[in-house]
Structure formats: C-alpha cells, structure tokens
Design a protein around this ligand. Structure first.
Ligand code: GLN
Length: 454
C-alpha cells in the first residue's frame, strides 16, 4: 500500500487518480496485516485497489467525474466496494473516468483527461474510456487492480488500449447498488487487472446476489480461480463473420487470426459463425443508452446533491433546474440527455426507442442461436484500433468516437459476459486486445479460455 501511494504521487501526470485516500488505505492495510497474522486472510486481503469515481464510497468524494456532483460524499457504500473491503482489499482512492461513463477516451471528465502510460514518440495517447483512469492506473502499476463499469465497452476498450485484462460479467452477476447509473439495463461492474488470474479472484469477490438490486441474479458464484485449468480441449470457438468490418486494419485482422490459432493449438475447435444483426447494434445502443441516461440523470436537479447554480433576482424553480443542469453537465452528457429525451418523446417513441428495443431482442437471439449450436465462446477483436492520440477526436463528429464501440456494445445489449485480453503489440509498439464473449453465467469458462490467449 505504501509503495502504491508513492507511485501515485510520482505519476500525477497520468491524472489517473482524482482523489487519494492515504489514511483510509493505511488503516485498511493495517487491518489486513492483522487478519493475515491471525491466519484469517480472505481472497483480496491487503490488495491495494483503485475505485472508479462512480462507485459510492462512504465519506469519500464520488462524483462520476461530473461537475454536477461537486462536493458529493455519499453516506453509504456501494455493494461492490463493500464486498471488496469485506474480502480484505484496500482503497487507495478514486479513479478518473468519462463524465457519467459517457465516452471512449476519458476526455469528457470534469477532472480533465487521464493519460495512457503507453506512448508513441512523445505523443500522449488516450487510455480509452470510460474507465480510463482505472486502465491507466493498473497499466502504470499505481494499484494492483481497479474496478470498472461497462455499459457499452467501458471496461474492455480501455483494457485493450492499455494492455491489461478487463471483464464485463453477465448482466446481473454483480450488484449495481450504489453505483451511479448510466443505462441501467446495460451497466455492469467488473475487475480491471494485470492478469486473467487476478480477474478471476477479484470477480469472485465482487459478484453475488444482492437484495438491494432487483436485477442482481440469485445464482451461486463459483470459485472462478479454481476453474483456471488451462484445459480448453473440445471447446468450440466461433468467429463471427459480421465482425470482419470493411477497412479493418491489417494488424487487427492478423491479431484475430493469431488468437484463433492459439486457441486451436490448445485443442479448441474453431468455427465460422454468423451474427446477422451485428450492424444494427451500434445504432440500437446509441438510442437505448441515451434514453435510459436521460431518465437516470433527471435526478440531478440542484435540489438533492452536488452543484446548484447561483440564481438571479426573480428566478424560480424552473430557472434553478435549467441553470444548474446547464452549468453542471458537460457537452457530451447534455447531448445524450437531449437524444434520450427525443427518442422517448411521445411522437418518436415508436420510431426510435421501440424499434431499438426490437433490434436488441434480435441481437440477443443471434447469440442464443449460436450458443444453441454448441459454440462455447466467440472470439473478436476488442477494438477497431490501438489507442489514439489525446485531442485527436476533439473536433470530429461524435459518431466517430461512437464507432470505437463497434465490437463491444453487442455484448451489453445481449447481457453476456465479455473479456478483453492483451494479445500483442501493433507496429508502433502499442497494445492490442482480443475479446472473448461467453455464454450467460459462464465467466469461469470464459476466464479459462482467455488465459490461453494471455
Ligand atoms: N463508449 C460508450 C459510450 O460512450 C460506452 C460507455 C460505457 O461503457 N460506459 O456510451
């Protein structure tokens, strides 16, 4: 813990930690030492972690990197973080992210962007987003692991951009209670770690039924670490032809082929599969996610928590709401709230939101069908490119940024587990990741297969 605290101090340039909690960390570390001395050391005992800023942590700023939550210190602890502390883990502090987890580059944060520890020449790169601070912190060894959340790729894309492991569990595997909501039917928390084994251990500590989250599943959590046998003989791995996008960089193609070969060499059977509705996933996601966000973000009104605008003489409650939300939310968040409100409005509900829900059902059915045919996991690239430069997308059409999520959003729409594993370097020496998508509730199998790619 002390070593991590000093690493964090030395790495201020990365802007990964937005709030450090040294006293709390050292108290927790001493308690962990005592448990170890007493021979009662649970799985995560003494492990110093970073926590994404949208997990509510009691008495510690939890702002989802938004100005509108300025000064908010929750009175309660999220289920996930409480489980981690119960398992002996240590909190080093809170990690940077895109505002309300909306973004793919960590550039929408009220704290400014986080920086990828990997570089090309002297150019600073994005660590990805929205869990950019988590990815940068783990990749730069500022903590042993971090929590992330993934609504449309926010664990897997930053993991791929920084050469670490990130798993989004099956929807309902991990409690969402006490996590600032973005799109409730898509959001899942998961671990971001250096190795697949670490991910297995940490997911075991985070997962489990929680009566406080009605969407959390009452399904036993197996010992994921014990499932890492390295044996994948007889498994069937699907390669979905619709993920072979036009203009896919040759390096990504080569990485994908190499990944399939590694799995084949380990005894798996590789088959071509079709997921025909893939091309509608991105548009469906960018209707559903903003729709749910516009509803979830209605609670930030200047009354209950965080920032409240200064009012002029004669301003009433409506002006208070309007000014507070105009000042408190950044541009991307405002864009999503407007899109979400529009697609849910009476005149457009059927044309957009309802249509997107139907597309979502078809995307899920595509996956159900290939799993029913005996496919155990699906291999795809994690991202369409390696990490891009900071500021590079600033003036681009926002859709350019959304295209980054092309391989990851399908998994959230279908509620499936997905893992990103570092699988090689591109010609510039930057990390590239592969993604494995698994059957619902079979994270153990998925982690075991992912370990072969590591
Ligand atoms: N990049 C996606 C978005 O901006 C995904 C975000 C996420 O998974 N939280 O919505």
């Amino acid at each position: 813990t002390e070593a991590c605290l000093s690493e964090i101090e030395g790495a201020a340039r990365l802007n990964a930690f937005v709030h450090v909690t040294p006293e709390l960390a050292l108290d927790q570390a001493r308690a962990a030492d005592a448990r170890i001395a007493a021979g009662d050391a649970p799985a995560m005992c003494g492990m110093p972690l970073g926590i994404k800023d949208l997990f509510c942590t009691r008495g510690v700023p939890s702002q989802a990197a938004s100005h509108i939550l300025n000064g908010f210190r929750p009175e309660y602890e999220s289920t996930v973080t409480q489980k981690l502390w119960d398992a002996g883990a240590v909190m080093l502090g809170k990690l940077n992210m895109d505002e309300f987890a909306m973004g793919s580059s960590n550039e929408t944060s009220t704290y400014g962007n986080a920086v990828n520890p990997w570089k090309v020449d002297d150019r600073d790169l994005t660590p990805g987003g929205s869990s950019g601070g988590s990815a940068a912190a783990v990749a730069a060894d500022l903590c042993l692991a971090a929590t992330g959340t993934d609504t449309g790729g926010s664990i897997r894309q930053p993991a791929a951009f920084t050469g670490i492991v990130g798993i989004k569990p099956t929807y309902g595997r991990v409690s969402r209670w006490g996590i600032v909501a973005f799109a409730s039917s898509l959001d899942q928390a998961g671990p971001m770690t250096r190795t697949v084994r670490d991910a297995a251990i940490m997911l075991g500590a985070m997962a489990g039924h929680d009566p406080k989250d009605s969407t959390s599943a009452d399904i036993p959590v197996p010992d994921f670490e014990a499932m890492l046998t390295g044996d994948i003989r007889g498994k069937t791995i699907g390669i979905p032809r619709e993920y072979r996008m036009d203009g896919m960089p040759a390096e990504i193609e080569a990485l994908w082929t190499r990944g399939a070969e590694m799995l084949r060499d380990a005894g798996a059977k590789i088959v071509d599969i079709s997921l025909p509705h893939t091309k509608y996933a991105l548009p469906a996601y960018y209707v559903i996610a903003p729709a749910e966000a516009s509803s979830n973000l209605a609670r930030y009104d200047g009354v209950r928590y965080g920032h409240r605008a200064r009012l002029a003489e004669g301003d009433g409650i409506v002006q208070m709401y309007e000014k507070t939300r105009a000042e408190g939310f950044g541009k991307e968040v405002q864009r999503r709230v407007m899109i979400g409100t529009y697609v849910l409005s009476a005149g457009f509900y059927d044309a957009y939101y309802n249509r997107a829900r139907k597309v979502r059902a078809l995307i899920k059915r595509d996956f159900d069908e290939v799993f029913a045919q005996g496919v155990d996991a699906i291999l795809t690239p994690a991202t369409p490119s390696a990490a891009f430069g900071l500021g590079e997308m600033q003036d681009a059409d926002p859709v350019e940024m959304y295209l980054n999520d092309v391989f990851t959003v399908t998994v959230n729409l279908a509620g499936l587990p997905g893992i990103a594993v570092p699988a090689g370097l591109d010609a510039q020496g930057l990390p590239l990741g592969l993604q494995l998508i698994g059957r619902p509730w079979e994270e153990g199998d998925l982690l075991n297969t992912a370990q072969v790619l590591e």
